[in-house]
Design a protein around this ligand. Structure first.
Ligand code: BMA
Length: 313
């Protein structure tokens, strides 16, 4: 049975939440959250962000046949920070978003490389989630929340990302012909300012989802309360042929923290998704709750599109 939702939320939490906590990890760690998600060999693969006992994060693979139960978690991380002498990962690697690119026959992992120089965007590729090749830092600090589109548009690769300009944190787009050199930045989804639920900062969640009506983008929006920030999930639509065009955006959030595992933890009042898998009309949205555990909520793509149609720009 679905748990009761608050307000107009359009995602339904799994009764199995939280799916993975530090207790299920095969090795000692502080917390596990914000996973990238991919469908690999008919199974759900999550690339977990695991915070170790020193406070730094690394990325570890978990697999499940139904994407909900019986998680098999690797005993060794897939990616440790700074393994290959990259000085930009000294504080850890975080929040992977995973895209399959058919033209190169590989998965691209976009992640946050965190160091004394700040947080920047790094890319890596893999064919099997056993061996990884780092492309290195592709966007300098301060920049994070990057997700590569699942195919070329107009002959280019495209990527969402979130630079920090002073205190302004909007979602931007950038393009590339080789996945290494990114340019022609364009701001697509702004922090709405003032009292809005997404007024303080925004950032892309997982990989944009191709639909007949446009690229469905789930994103996190932050409101700054006196007690601290609240992270929620929203939805917007970008034009299929020209993703620089924002064509619809919901005025309210579709998932916000209110279950105990979302309101209590390392960072309270956080739902933060970095990966989803689409099966038919159903979207399986994996998210980190309170920077402490991995959770799941599901939604209908067609219902989201019906709702977005009411808020076309
Ligand atoms: C963001 C990122 C996320 C984290 C969130 C809430 O800035 O660092 O990794 O889940 O804050 O703490």
């Amino acid at each position: 049975m679905a748990l009761q939702c608050k307000g107009r939320e359009m995602l339904t939490r799994s009764v199995h939440n939280p799916l993975i906590t530090f207790r299920e990890m095969p090795y000692p760690c502080n917390s596990v959250f914000n996973p990238g998600a991919a469908e690999v060999d008919g199974e759900t693969l999550l690339l977990l962000r695991v915070e170790d006992l020193e406070g730094r994060s690394h990325l570890t693979v978990a697999r499940s046949r139904d994407g909900v139960t019986d998680w098999r978690i690797e005993k060794e991380p897939l990616m440790h920070p700074s393994e290959e002498g990259c000085p930009y990962e000294d504080y850890g690697i975080e929040d992977a978003r995973i895209t399959y690119l058919e033209d190169i026959g590989m998965w691209v992992i976009a992640y946050t490389a965190y160091s004394p120089m700040g947080a920047g965007v790094a890319l890596a590729t893999t064919k099997d989630f056993k061996h990884v090749e780092r492309l290195g830092l592709v966007l300098a600090p301060s920049n994070k929340d990057a997700a590569v589109f699942p195919r070329k548009i107009g002959g280019k690769y495209w990527m969402l990302h979130r630079p920090i300009a002073g205190s302004i944190e909007h979602i931007w787009l950038t393009e590339s012909t080789d996945l290494l050199h990114w340019g022609r930045p364009w701001m697509v989804i702004d922090e709405r300012g003032g009292p809005w639920w997404d007024g303080y900062r925004v950032g892309a969640n997982g990989v944009p989802i191709e639909t007949p009506e446009g690229w469905l983008v789930l994103y996190h929006g932050v409101k700054q309360f006196p007690a601290g920030p609240t992270y929620r999930t929203g939805a917007a639509l970008l034009d299929l042929d020209n993703p620089r065009r924002l064509i619809a955006r919901l005025p309210y959030w579709i998932l916000g923290p209110h279950e105990p595992y979302e309101t209590t933890g390392e960072v309270p009042n956080v739902v933060f998704s970095t990966g989803h898998i689409q099966r038919g009309d159903t979207l399986y949205v994996y998210y980190g709750a309170a920077d402490s555990c991995v959770c799941l909520a599901t939604g209908s793509v067609s219902e989201l599109l019906d709702e977005l149609r009411k808020y076309r720009i």
